[in-house]
Design a protein around this ligand. Structure first.
Ligand code: PGA
Length: 250
């Protein structure tokens, strides 16, 4: 049985003070994890505050990490630094990193390796742009991102990996993918893992959906057999809204 996972990606929002205020509102409403893993991904600078303020069963994720272990990389944050928080997960290859910061599949793969070797959980994001979907290239793009992103990993390493399917055209646009579209891609991802690693690895892998998730649309998507949770941006910034989504993912 796969445990559902709900990740709040705060992106470049909230100061440490605002992070504290979020948890002040969130904690009394939060009824615990129960068969669900709840993960908050604030900015690097908010991670220590989140660690102090969060309920014990809520986990933390970084939104990015360096592909290098340490050294002369001004402005970068390493896996070792995240482990010192402590942080449980790292989001890797979010489409905003790929598109706005020109991260390549190869750079993303280096980050995946750092995270897995460092013993953290990696949330690898994949997804097609609007033009790629229009050009019927969705599955081809996802396959390439998975093939390169997971290169060099063993079946054992895969236990630390979650895949987030985030169609770029659905992120922050209010245009959510249909449950049928999501299920089709998630099934494809599971089949890819089955072929590359094996049936057990495929059935244990968590595949979560992200892109304009709201309380009104998540129930149908999360009810599909290959959907194991959600990665939520905008709707995770307000404690009450985020709680409403959590209540619909059981
Ligand atoms: P959104 O963002 O929920 O605001 O569309 C999702 C994401 O980018 O992870």
């Amino acid at each position: 049985m796969r445990t559902k996972m709900v990740v709040a990606n705060w992106k470049m929002n909230k100061t440490p003070k605002e992070c504290k205020a979020f948890f002040r509102a969130f904690s009394p409403l939060y009824k615990g994890s129960r068969n669900r893993e709840v993960v908050i991904a604030p900015s690097y600078i908010c991670l220590p505050q989140a660690e102090l303020s969060k309920p014990a069963s809520v986990k933390l994720s970084a939104q990015n990490v360096s592909g290098e272990a340490s050294g002369a990389y001004t402005g970068e944050i390493s896996v070792e630094m995240l482990k010192a928080i402590p942080c449980d997960y790292v989001i890797i290859g979010h489409s905003e990193r790929r598109l706005l910061f020109h991260e390549s599949d190869e750079e993303i793969q280096k980050k995946v390796v750092q995270v897995i070797r460092g013993g953290l959980g990696g949330i690898l994001c994949v997804g097609e742009t609007r033009n790629e979907r229009k050009g019927h290239q969705t599955l081809e793009v996802i396959t390439r991102q998975l093939k390169v992103g997971l290169q060099g990993l063993t079946s054992q390493d895969l236990q630390q990996v979650t895949i987030a399917y985030e169609p770029v055209w659905a992120i922050g646009t209010g245009e959510v993918a249909t449950a049928i579209q999501v299920e089709e891609v998630h099934r494809w991802i599971r089949e890819f893992i089955w072929n590359k690693f094996g049936i057990e690895e495929a059935s244990n892998l968590r595949i979560i959906y992200g892109g304009s998730v709201k309380a009104e649309n998540i129930y149908e998507i999360a009810s599909k057999p290959n959907v194991d949770g959600a990665l939520i941006g905008g709707a995770s910034l307000e404690a009450k809204t985020f709680i409403e989504i959590l209540e619909r993912i059981k």
